[in-house]
Design a protein. Structure first.
Length: 305
């Protein structure tokens, strides 16, 4: 079954061109089934691109899902038309009384700021705390992973001398976890960040489990509360050309950004990227939806606690 997403969302046409089956709300209303409710707090500046990336990796599950997009009242995005935000996004205040089967919180281009200096820090931490009692399982991605670990567990972040930039081999620490069902001995994950969390801080914290990591890029996935929270420091959801766009944007303008590692064919940007992460990205999101959302959430969504 497909995802149920709002009528006229730009991602619909883009994904149909990739032969990915999505169903708009009008058609979905004809089906008598309780879909999973997934809310996405999209903090990325290019909202439409991130919407498409996330819908792409969620769309392969046979389960039907309603997707709701959340925005912050304390921050106005500059790179997405206001008409798009008004049509497809709801403020946290509009959603705070609802409960959701799953939630995804994206990264944000604020990682070099101290948390307290982020102008929406108070609101986003209220959402982090709200998710714990209103969502069955939450994925925190990139900056949101670092911010969530700091908010919930006091894990600090550290600034890197050079951007962690490229596609890095990851190793699973517990292959029997359902989130890794069907995974190979290692998998690849894109990373694009100027800060890091450190293994020793996470390992010393009760309640946190490092479930995937890399000798090059460090801690990549942390699990908490039996899978009700996953903190992902990279970007499994990235499209093939995302790192390329970031590199060409920053090349010659920043001295802390090198060419992305293990990404271009023969290490030459003119040759285009090699996609190494797509299969495991689809598998990861499918496993999350199946084992940590669908099989754990109550049929009566109001009973989530």
């Amino acid at each position: 079954m497909p995802l149920r997403i709002p009528d006229r969302l730009p991602a619909i046409d883009a994904l149909k061109r990739e032969n990915i089956f999505v169903m708009d709300t009008s058609r979905a209303h004809a089906q008598d089934i309780r879909p999973l409710s997934i809310v996405v707090l999209n903090l990325m500046p290019l909202k439409i691109t991130t919407e498409t990336d996330l819908i792409r990796v969620l769309s392969n599950t046979p389960l039907q899902m309603d997707i709701t997009f959340m925005k912050l009242k304390s921050h106005t995005p500059k790179n997405t038309p206001i008409e798009h935000m008004m049509m497809f996004y709801k403020d946290f205040d509009e959603l705070r009384e609802r409960k959701f089967d799953g939630m995804i919180i994206t990264g944000a281009p604020v990682e070099l700021l101290e948390y307290k200096d982020v102008n929406y820090w108070d609101e986003v931490t209220r959402i982090f705390m709200w998710a714990r009692s209103h969502v069955t399982s939450t994925l925190y991605i990139c900056w949101a992973a670092q911010a969530g670990l700091y908010c919930h567990y006091g894990i600090p972040k550290y600034t890197l001398d050079k951007k962690m930039f490229g596609v890095f081999r990851q190793y699973v620490t517990d292959p029997l976890l359902p989130i890794f069902r069907g995974f190979d001995d290692y998998f690849y994950m894109p990373h694009s960040r100027h800060t890091e969390i450190r293994r020793e801080d996470v390992a010393a914290c009760d309640g946190l489990s490092i479930v995937a990591e890399s000798p090059e890029s460090g801690v990549s996935i942390v699990m908490a509360r039996g899978g009700r929270e996953f903190f992902i420091t990279g970007h499994l959801e990235y499209a093939a050309d995302t790192l390329d766009k970031e590199y060409r944007r920053d090349a010659g303008k920043r001295d802390d950004v090198d060419m992305p590692v293990n990404y271009y064919k023969n290490n030459n940007p003119d040759n285009g990227p090699v996609v190494r992460w797509r299969a495991h990205a689809n598998l990861f999101f499918n496993n999350w939806i199946n084992y940590y959302v669908y099989q754990e959430t109550p049929y009566d969504i109001t009973k989530i606690e």
